[in-house]
Design a protein around this ligand. Structure first.
Ligand code: IVH
Length: 663
């Protein structure tokens, strides 16, 4: 009898999974909602009567009963990168040119997808069971939102079919259908709760709820579009991978198309410019990907984004408003930026009060004046900008804005960048610049010093208490209490937060220095590569430029930063004040110490990123071009011209097996 019930339960579960698949993946439901609900109710009843037979992967167990206390963090097995953007056909063609050049005469094709405007999620399946769901976070470490993601019915708790790799990470976008978003806001208005600005915000908010029961009520959905770590590749190319996803029960957007060349890609992209309004989810553009994985590997990635894919953003939403005044701000590297203060206006779901005018050339070209009626636009994530001045509506007597000939903060001389558009304040001690540098240093993506906000930094600089990064670590409670609006308790909190930042990981310290062209991703690459601040500071420009994800401009910038005596002195003071960055955790061996290795062709056991990491971790250096200094070339299948060059220069060539033996 017990066996009978167990069988019955398993049969019901299978049926429900099958209907989920027909509904969410194939979009071909075979039963009515009522019939589905009946199956569900039957299963629930049997499980209630036989609680010993309840399993975690049962369709009834999507929602956990207990709210969480907080979110744990998860380190991604492979980083979740971002994507470079294009805004018109010419930029797409330029992308295609770069791809063509790097693929050296190979044939290639593209896959074109919708760019879903939701929240990126990495789903980790082990032996076919969903074990973790994580947000992108900073790309390396995200939040564990498994409990919430399990409530999304489009996401299978168990993968179906044969041949599922032991580890399969599927990445994709969780989104809220526009209709569900409208409904949610309606309910919130009625309940007197604040509304969400747009479906993306409501998706993000729903994934960050501590109570999964509320997430379950939010009607989120999901499309898979990439793999993270996989123990065996699902296919040879991206398009086939998406087909495999569908077979395993992971929903894929139905509008994915192959494009045989860039003309076809552009045509597909343009066809969605208006059609997008017919969809029940928001897209903010298209995504174009090189199809073959071996070619994706050849193209590789920069610190922040792969070179084999690009997004194509649709023209942004616009709104009309008035310029109330124009002011000039000083940035952390001295750049003076004109900013328009606007009559508040609603644009793409948020209220906009200010818009950047970017630089004085742009300001002069647009001829924006105080009192003008202007059209503003939000392009992607970027801050709103003025794109047009309604000259016919201009009130008489408004003068054009004069380019400043001195810094609005310190009154020092300014100069225009050579071959550039920016005007900079030339005073290295300008307190306006210092404030911005400190705000960046303490910011969330850098040293993450809680309680050290913008207003406090302004005060600290104005009172002369802080003249550089190191001075922050010399502050005492008594210094802070002197400041306006600072009670003992808050002063304590600030000191504690500064103290806590002393042990941040090395990459955060590197990122916080504000070295030009070096953001968080590149700082991570540098920290992992060099392992210590000393080593990074000693690196030569050539050594830096040789790191695959560091370009020549970045290399020059890092090198010059650490040659500046003033910068060096501040770093010495930081270390003396007790800043002791945590070393990167990667285990290093010395099997390849001092060796420079060039990889070409497709490897069986490693992706391009993995092999570079393996070389680094064994103390070696991977380089992208063969020279006499190369110790050996590791050649996989279909090696490129690098192999020929190695032979010509008499550089040793080894295969993957020999490489593994070396390790
Ligand atoms: S591929 C490194 N495909 O866009 C690129 N991303 O701006 C791997 N996104 O973080 C992602 N639709 O959240 C890819 N069809 C699609 C996408 C897509 C939306 C999001 C994703 C990513 C962001 C980058």
């Amino acid at each position: 009898m017990a066996r009978e019930i167990e069988k019955q339960i398993e049969k019901l579960r299978e049926k429900i999974r099958e209907h989920d698949y027909l509904y969410y993946v194939l979009n071909q439901p075979e039963i009515s909602d009522r019939q589905y609900d009946k199956l569900f109710a039957d299963l629930k009843k049997l499980e209630q009567e036989n609680p010993q037979l309840i399993t975690f992967d049962s369709p009834t167990k999507r929602v956990s009963g207990q709210p969480l206390e907080g979110f744990k963090t998860v380190r991604h097995a492979m980083p979740m990168l971002s994507m470079d953007n294009t805004y018109n056909a010419d930029e797409l063609r330029a992308f295609d040119e770069r791809v063509r050049k790097q693929l050296e005469g190979m044939d290639y094709d593209y896959v074109v997808e919708l760019k879903i405007d939701g929240v990126a999620i990495s789903l980790r399946y082990e032996d076919g069971l969903l074990v973790t769901a994580a947000t992108r976070g900073d790309g390396r470490v995200g939040d564990d939102v498994t409990a919430n993601v399990r409530t999304i019915k489009a996401i299978p708790l168990v993968l179906r079919g044969d041949g599922i790799p032991a580890v399969l990470e599927a990445r994709g976008e969780v989104y809220m259908p526009t209709s569900a978003f409208a409904e949610l806001n309606k309910v919130r208005v009625e309940a007197g709760e604040p509304v969400f600005a747009n479906p993306r915000n409501s998706t993000a908010g729903s994934l960050k709820l501590l109570d999964a029961r509320i997430t379950a009520s939010r009607n989120l959905s999901f499309f898979a579009y990439a793999t993270g770590e996989v123990s065996e590749p699902l296919a040879e190319n991206h398009y086939q991978t998406l087909q495999r996803f569908k077979k395993t029960g992971l929903p894929v957007n139905p509008h994915v198309k192959k494009g045989k060349d860039i003309d076809e890609v552009i045509e597909i992209c343009n066809s969605w410019n208006e059609k997008r309004l017919t969809l029940d989810y928001q897209i903010d553009g298209m995504v174009v990907k090189v199809n073959r994985f071996d070619q994706q590997d050849i193209l590789g990635a920069t610190g922040r984004a792969p070179r084999w894919c690009i997004s194509y953003k649709f023209a942004a939403e616009q709104a009309e408003t008035k310029v109330e005044s124009i002011e000039v701000q000083v940035g952390k590297s001295g750049i003076l930026t004109p900013v328009a203060n606007l009559t508040p206006v609603l644009l793409a779901g948020t209220t906009v009060k200010r818009a950047s005018l970017h630089n004085f050339d742009m300001l002069a070209k647009l001829d924006v004046r105080s009192g003008d009626s202007v059209v503003i636009e939000k392009a992607g994530e970027i801050i709103p900008q003025v794109v047009e001045v309604k000259k016919e509506l201009r009130p008489s007597g408004m003068k054009s804005f004069k380019r400043p000939d001195e810094c609005p903060n310190c009154g020092s001389a300014v100069a225009k960048d050579e071959d550039g558009v920016y005007i900079r304040c030339l005073n290295p001690d300008c307190t306006g610049q210092l404030k911005e540098r400190l705000k960046y240093f303490a910011g969330r993506g850098q040293m993450d010093i809680e309680n050290l906000g913008s207003a406090l930094i302004d005060q600290l600089v104005e009172e002369g208490l802080v003249k550089n990064f190191a001075d922050l670590y010399k502050l005492e409670q008594s210094d802070l209490i002197e400041l306006e609006r600072m009670a003992e308790k808050s002063a304590d909190n600030v000191i504690k937060a500064i103290e806590a930042s002393k042990k941040r990981p090395l990459w955060r310290l590197v990122a916080s220095l504000g070295i030009r062209h070096i953001g968080g991703q590149t700082a991570q690459v540098l920290a992992e590569y060099f392992g210590s601040l000393d080593k990074l500071m000693e690196a030569t420009q050539e050594e830096l430029a040789d790191i695959d994800q560091v370009g020549p401009t970045m290399a020059k910038s890092v090198y010059e930063y650490f040659r500046d005596l003033k910068n060096k002195q501040v770093i010495d003071e930081l270390l003396a004040a007790g800043v002791k960055p945590e070393k990167p955790k990667t285990r290093r061996s010395s099997k390849l110490a001092g060796k420079t290795i060039v990889v070409t062709g497709t490897l069986e056991k490693f992706t391009r990123q993995q092999i570079e990491q393996a070389i680094r971790q064994a103390g070696g250096k991977s380089s992208s071009s063969v020279s006499k200094k190369t110790d050996f070339v590791l050649a996989g299948d279909n090696p490129g011209s690098k192999l020929d060059k190695a032979k010509k220069l008499d550089v040793k060539v080894i295969d993957e097996k020999q490489f593994l033996e070396l390790l």
